[in-house]
Design a protein around this ligand. Structure first.
Ligand SMILES: [Zn+2]
Length: 438
């Protein structure tokens, strides 16, 4: 049995729509089977065996909810842009598409208040103050004081003597004064009422959603360990409000790196499913990753990559423990040092973003020492580029420094042939296939 035997009819349709919808190339089922996934099928055999001849291992998982988690949840379902005066007129003259609210309530409030501004019912300062209330910090803390620490500006139109923010509405006799001690949600409610916001029911719904989110203690979902090609192709595409340079929908700067990871015999992808909403693409339901990390698996090292949208050490440790046991049981692979910080590439100071830059910047004599160095070809090397992040690994002592190239071949999603070197790291098609599209 080969990994390809686990690909379902539905998977073929999903991949065909995904490649067509993002890269613009039509690929048939037989092309995906014989060409697109040729390298993947060959190279994932060992990991397929590790997974017990499955493409995904799903583990029910409960994550303690902390501030980071709440932040991640809010950002995935709600976003209200900060409306700085300096950018406002520019934005408005370029059209409203420049404001990208997320969520029904954000949409209604944003365009209601922008209309008030355009009709000169409120000033730019009032609009800015209002938008500041929606900063994630203010929402999580439910207090306004945090705005003093907004990194670029703070509230305008303030009565400093009484510590109050002021709002004026020509339809009302009195101005509205909001004390800086007011709770954020209460302040938002007061302002909406003062300006006769017509969708107060939606405000209440949103308020309930947010309060629930901030009081829940545990997030229950599935943790997925995967070698499924769809999971690699959508490494950084989701409906959870985060992205990275590996995304396909906006042709991310290192998006072809996901193909190297897909075709590598050492890489798996681990993620937590978003339990509250699906990711639909052209009618296909895709895995909706609320958090994800690559894990690199070699006999001498098992190492976590960069986590998106942010670091989650609790989950990373859990995954390492799980994989460590699995590797021991299935392959009898053992590591001498467990769950330690990986520091072998710190000295590069973030310069090893791929193989070429590694050799350009590395001044270390590789024949000496006992490091394990993880390099990549075109793929953005998340370990080599982020010295300030924490990477955790299980590893062995090595006699001499060991260089491990994590990348598989970067192959064309249409014909399966290698994408020519020197082609940009966005390319998912070879030159010949790309020319045929023109
Ligand atoms: Zn091609």
């Amino acid at each position: 049995m080969y990994p390809i035997d686990c690909i379902t009819e539905e998977d073929y349709k999903t991949m065909s729509d995904w490649i067509n919808g993002t890269v613009g190339a039509k690929v048939s089922k037989s092309e995906i089977k014989e060409l697109t996934l040729k390298e993947w099928n060959k190279n994932k055999i060992k990991l397929f065996k590790l997974f017990g001849q499955k493409l995904r291992i799903k583990i029910p998982y409960s994550r303690k909810v902390d501030r980071n988690w709440i932040r991640q949840e809010i950002n995935s379902s709600f976003y209200f842009p900060t409306l700085a005066k300096s950018r406002l007129d520019n934005y408005i003259s370029f059209g409203e598409d420049n404001f990208r609210p997320i969520g029904n309530f954000a949409y209604e409030t944003l365009y209601f208040f922008l209309d008030l501004y355009k009709n000169k019912k409120i000033s730019a300062d009032e609009l800015f103050n209002f938008s500041l209330l929606f900063s994630t910090n203010n929402l999580i803390n439910n207090t306004l004081n945090e705005s003093y620490y907004a990194w670029w500006e703070t509230f305008k139109n303030i009565d400093e003597k009484h510590n109050e923010i002021l709002f004026k509405n020509s339809n009302k006799k009195r101005e509205l004064r909001i004390s800086l001690k007011t709770k954020t949600l209460r302040a938002i409610g007061k302002i909406l009422k003062y300006y006769d916001f017509p969708y107060m029911k939606d405000f209440e719904k949103w308020q309930t959603w947010l309060s629930t989110l901030c009081t829940v203690k545990e997030y229950k979902t599935n943790l997925v360990l995967s070698i499924h090609p769809i999971d690699f192709m959508t490494s950084s595409d989701n409906a959870s409000g985060w992205t990275s340079c590996m995304n396909w929908r906006d042709d991310g700067g290192y998006s072809s790196g996901t193909i190297e990871m897909m075709n590598s015999n050492m890489v798996i992808i681990a993620y937590l499913e978003n339990n509250s909403k699906p990711f639909i693409f052209l009618g296909n339901e895709m895995p909706n990753k609320i958090w994800r990390t690559y894990f690199y698996i070699n006999k001498d090292i098992l190492c976590s990559g960069l986590s998106y949208p942010n670091c989650d050490n609790l989950t990373t440790h859990f995954i390492l423990d799980y994989l460590k046991d699995l590797l021991k049981n299935k392959f009898n692979w053992k590591y001498q040092y467990n769950n330690e910080e990986y520091m072998d590439m710190l000295y590069l100071d973030g310069e090893a973003y791929n193989k070429d830059s590694f050799f350009e910047y590395s001044t270390k004599d590789l024949s000496k020492g006992h490091s394990i160095i993880l390099i990549t070809n075109e793929m953005y090397n998340d370990i080599g580029s982020h010295p300030s992040e924490t990477f955790i690994c299980c590893r062995n002592w090595v006699k001499t420094t060991k260089l491990i190239n994590l990348s598989g071949k970067r192959t064309c999603v249409k014909c399966g042939k290698p994408i020519e070197e020197k082609q940009r790291a966005t390319k998912k098609l070879c030159v010949a296939c790309e020319n045929k599209l023109k």
